[in-house]
Design a protein around this ligand. Sequence first.
Ligand SMILES: [Mg+2]
Length: 351
Amino acid sequence: MVEYAERVRGALLGGSLGDALGWPIEFDQLEQIRQRFGPDGLTDLRAAGRGGQVTDDTQMTLFTAEGLIRGRADGAQVPVAMHQAYQRWLLTQNQQGPEAVPPTPPNDGWLLRQPFLYASRAPGNACTSGIAHHRTYRRPAPFGQDGPINPNSKGCGTVMRSAPFGLARLGVEWSFWLSAQCSQLTHGHPTGYLAAGAFSALIERVTAGVPLSQAVTETIEQVAAYPSSEETVEALRRAVRVAAEGVPSAEAVERVGLGWIAEECLAIAVYCALAGRSAAQALVLSVNHSGDSDSTGAVCGNLVGALYGEAALPAEWLAVVEGREVVTQVADDLVAAFGGNAASLGDRYPA
Ligand SMILES: [Mg+2]
């Protein structure tokens, strides 16, 4: 049995590996990828040619973890803390580096001082516009009275940042609900936030040691109980169906989806985790297609990292991925914050 802390590290590091592996081919068609890297596509992070760079998916995931840690004292206040954490993320996309941001509240904390997070790597429009829309927190519909933010947006920017909700051992109902509510800070379409809620609950189940296929079945039942969940449920069922057909392939991935939209991004990650026989095989499968390779890679990496643990991730890729030490520290901080060892957080996360 893989230990909890090992799964949390695996989830965050695995996400960064998939993000880095997919980033060089995010906007390429499958045919172009095969012409460039050979018939099997891009199969090794060291061959990817971008020095292991990570993108907005990893960057925002770290700020999601920060929001959870800083807001942990009062669960009802987590969306407020998350709003502030995403405001800090937006600063990283608008400023040259930490030296341009005076470390005064709410722009305090250790994470905002990390220079590599200031790289702008094709962040999603709904994420930047949604966060820029409100300087102070206002509870978005349908959980509040204010109108939905980006009501037609169901891009994968919700799913790709939401693994940490499932790593904090909040209980699958609460991790689902918090994840879905915080997704509405940027995406108002039900599929955008329900797919993220489902992903977080799935991560929580896998992190607790529930076998993957059972965890997927339970998560489909959970999300199906919500109104407007049809697209998410259908995409997840499609992932299970295609995975049962046999030999994994890029063509099979593309029958599950392309991953630009939330439910397809989640479904591709689930397909690849079910079909792949190892973390590395699932990661390779998750990025070699004509869709949103860095986000499908990041979400699949979160999932297989939680499933198999840090030790099962390719060591040669971990050696070159950007931000490994910070990602590892944040994983350990999540474990400490929600495992009764908050003293070890030091002053990295002001309340
Ligand atoms: Mg990205």
